[in-house]
Design a protein around this ligand. Structure first.
Ligand code: CU
Length: 263
């Protein structure tokens, strides 16, 4: 397992610390639907957790493919008899094994609640993810009845973490992924639109500004986002774009560690 996956596993242990700040925390205005992208890598989902609103669209892009491939599979009795950990009445999803880099799988989740999902070949290594549509309710909000594999329990972000400041970092990660995928698909204007919204949020003292200031990473993350913007405007190559996006991810991971260390 890669160091990054390990750090996510270790990071999961400090989640209870975010509880107190989560209570008074707002992540975003819910009015306008947004587009989010989660990257599927060897052997983790990036970001591992995400807060969505019912009209938001969500795409997984398979960025790294190990020899046995990966899946995006909801915890649902119809999926390999796993326990139900998505809302009652929600459609179970399963991408099937994907073994082609750049492949995508998309869903719009309309029913409010928690959606836990896993990668079929790698659940036991902790390759799991958690989505919350609007509110942390439903079967996925309850402790696992049969017990998730130990590595999965450690890797899955807590509800409080996703609903609080760390969830905001997850959202930035998913938006950076959106920018990268848009650019890869020659949607440069869309990519710039997402990026400019993020940069505006950083300048105008929204929650994101506050959280990044608190962990003393505002300036670095802002500079990297501006660097990404410059690359996109100048028509940079995909390796250059991937490079900066990975540097951004590293800064966001560091921000998460610092938030967890505050308690
Ligand atoms: Cu996998």
């Amino acid at each position: 397992m890669r160091p990054k996956a390990l750090s996510i596993l270790l990071g999961g242990m400090g989640v209870a610390l975010a509880v107190s700040v989560a209570l008074t925390f707002t992540q975003r205005a819910p009015e306008r639907p947004q587009r989010f992208v989660i990257e599927v890598r060897d052997f983790f989902f990036d970001p591992p957790g995400l807060l969505l609103h019912p009209k938001d669209s969500l795409t997984w892009v398979f960025r790294e493919i190990t020899v046995d491939g990966h899946t995006v599979t909801a915890y649902h009795p119809e999926n390999f008899r796993h326990e139900l950990r998505i809302p009652e009445g929600a459609q179970p999803f399963d991408s099937g094994i994907r073994d082609k880099v750049g492949d995508t799988f998309a869903r719009t989740l309309e029913i409010v609640g928690v959606y836990d999902y896993f990668c079929l070949p790698h659940e036991f290594f902790g390759m799991v993810g958690r989505l919350i549509v609007k509110e942390p309710v439903g079967p996925g909000a309850q402790p696992s009845t049969v017990g998730l594999p130990q590595a999965a329990q450690k890797a899955i972000p807590s509800l409080d973490e996703i609903m609080g400041p760390v969830g905001l970092l997850f959202r930035v990660s998913a938006q950076v992924n959106t920018v990268v995928l848009d650019y890869e698909h020659s949607q440069r204007e869309q990519a710039l639109g997402v990026l400019d919204e993020l940069l505006t949020e950083l300048r105008e003292g929204a929650s994101l500004f506050g959280v990044l200031t608190r962990v003393q990473l505002l300036r670095e993350i802002q500079t990297k986002l501006e660097g990404l913007r410059t690359l996109i405007v100048s028509g940079a190559t995909m390796p250059e774009i991937f490079g900066v996006s990975q540097e951004l991810k590293a800064l966001l991971a560091e921000a998460r560690r610092r938030l967890q260390g505050e308690g």
